[in-house]
Design a binder for this molecule. Structure first.
Ligand code: GAL
Length: 455
């Protein structure tokens, strides 16, 4: 696995978390500083009481069971602390950022909440809202246990760690329904790393054979992010250098136009009402056979499992065209507020998600790759193990997702999601017009990164 980042998460247009009404300020609790806390003693105090409100966005089949198992299991370690699951639906974290902002302003910061490392958490740091988890990393030996590259991605711009990773998913995946291919006599390639030509040829064959009302592809982009994720996959699959330049803020209208032109071509095969469904509803329709394929991160696996689907029998995966040898990286983790009602319980939660016991149970249900090398391979189902082996293989290159918080600031990412969803739902898919709008978003957000993905 290879990922180099020159200067960590520099810069960027920062979302203002600070403009608080006076009343809200009064309601805020005192901020704790990790330097004044004996974190090992807190973690070892298994008799402590309290409450940990856990905010997350795992509401789809499979992922919901995975997080609920961690919430339920918390009492096995910290029996006197009440762990409460608070689900903020939406996926990808956009709704979470808004929810947390409101809670913080009301003086009700959650003890812990789900986040992606990287740019997504920088605005909280700029407003001094997170507790440093350096001591947790040290206590749980996470630097030694983390898979290569993960520690770097989890290190904030100030050099400290504020997040404990719980799972990893690959983003550049196409899921397909094997039975649909068989039904319409479309040959399934004997290799997963299909080329662009193969991809479009499959789309053509499916489109020709499928009756009205059925389509080769769906986006499920009622929330904008699935459309944006397709955009980032196409961008990497067009030219990794374009991706690197984009997240570094070296925007080029021509490059983005090229990416959107391919996107426009792909839209010929997508169900026209794609934006009326959430991603998991689209997945349900893939299982039902209405759509043959869905471009989605590997968190679609546990959803398919929850619907009784078996990898290799009912569904298969392709590597997104042009991205062979690349692993689109989406890391989920938990951060801890420094001003919640029970900061100690937040710290205990963050530590607990990293333990080998929780990692084994969670990774199996979420079908995610554990960020820690001591999670045994027999934890994983066949597909997750395949993805894990890809991630850790010599020579695999990693690219951080910008749809899922890591590579672009939210101020840019959320506007991007809106624009790309608009592009996808527009009738003429005018690549040059939307490329200009997209480049303007990066410009306005002042995106300036220092990622080095390509060499
Ligand atoms: C991502 C997250 C995944 C999955 C997905 C859809 O941001 O990293 O684990 O939850 O959203 O909800």
């Amino acid at each position: 696995m290879k990922l180099r980042r020159l200067a960590a998460l520099a810069l960027c247009g920062v979302m203002a978390l600070s403009a608080l009404p006076a009343g809200a300020l009064a309601a805020r609790r005192e901020k704790m500083n990790a330097d004044d806390m004996d974190i090992p003693a807190i973690l070892e105090d298994t008799q402590a009481g309290g409450t940990v409100n856990v905010y997350h966005w795992w509401t789809a089949g499979g992922e919901k069971d995975a997080i609920e198992s961690v919430v339920d299991g918390f009492k096995d370690v910290y029996g006197k602390i009440k762990a409460k699951s608070n689900a903020i639906p939406g996926g990808a974290g956009g709704a979470m950022v808004m929810k947390v902002k409101v809670l913080q302003q009301a003086g009700k910061s959650p003890e812990t909440f789900q986040a992606h490392p990287g740019q997504e958490i920088e605005p909280y740091l700029n407003s001094d809202l997170l507790l440093s988890l350096d001591q947790v990393w040290e206590y749980a030996d996470l630097s030694a246990r983390a898979l290569p590259g993960i520690e770097t991605l989890c290190t904030a711009s100030d050099g400290s760690k504020y997040i404990v990773p719980i799972g990893i998913h690959k983003t550049n995946v196409i899921f397909y329904n094997i039975h649909v291919f068989e039904k319409y006599g479309v040959a399934i390639p004997d290799h997963e790393n299909i080329t662009w030509d193969e991809f479009f040829s499959i789309c053509d064959q499916l489109a020709a054979a499928m009756p009205d009302g059925e389509y080769p592809l769906d986006l499920g982009d009622r929330k904008g992010w699935p459309a944006c994720q397709v955009f980032e996959d196409i961008m990497l699959g067009t030219d990794p250098q374009i991706y690197e330049d984009f997240i570094n803020g070296n925007y080029s209208v021509e490059d983005v136009t090229a990416v959107l032109s391919t996107y426009a071509r792909m839209m010929d095969y997508v169900a026209p009402d794609h934006s009326s469904r959430d991603w998991y509803e689209a997945s349900g329709q893939v299982v039902a056979g209405t759509y043959a394929m869905q471009i989605m991160g590997a968190w679609m696996q546990p959803l398919l499992t929850s619907m009784g689907q078996v990898y290799g029998e009912d569904y298969g995966v392709f590597t997104f065209p042009g991205t062979d040898g690349w692993f689109g990286m989406c890391i989920d983790g938990f951060v801890v507020s420094n001003d919640s009602a029970d900061v100690g319980s937040g710290v205990r939660w963050a530590y607990n998600v990293s333990t080998p016991e929780v990692q084994a149970a969670f990774s199996a249900l979420k079908e995610s790759i554990s960020p820690y090398s001591d999670t045994p391979d027999d934890t994983y189902c066949a597909l997750t193990l395949k993805f894990k082996n890809e991630l850790t293989a010599e020579g695999t290159k990693v690219y951080p997702s910008f749809t899922h918080g890591t590579a672009l600031p939210w101020s840019a990412s959320t506007s991007l999601q809106t624009q790309i969803q608009e592009f996808a739902t527009s009738t003429d898919h005018d690549a040059a017009y939307f490329a200009n709008k997209i480049v303007n978003i990066l410009k306005e957000a002042g995106v300036k990164g220092a990622w080095n993905l390509v060499d």
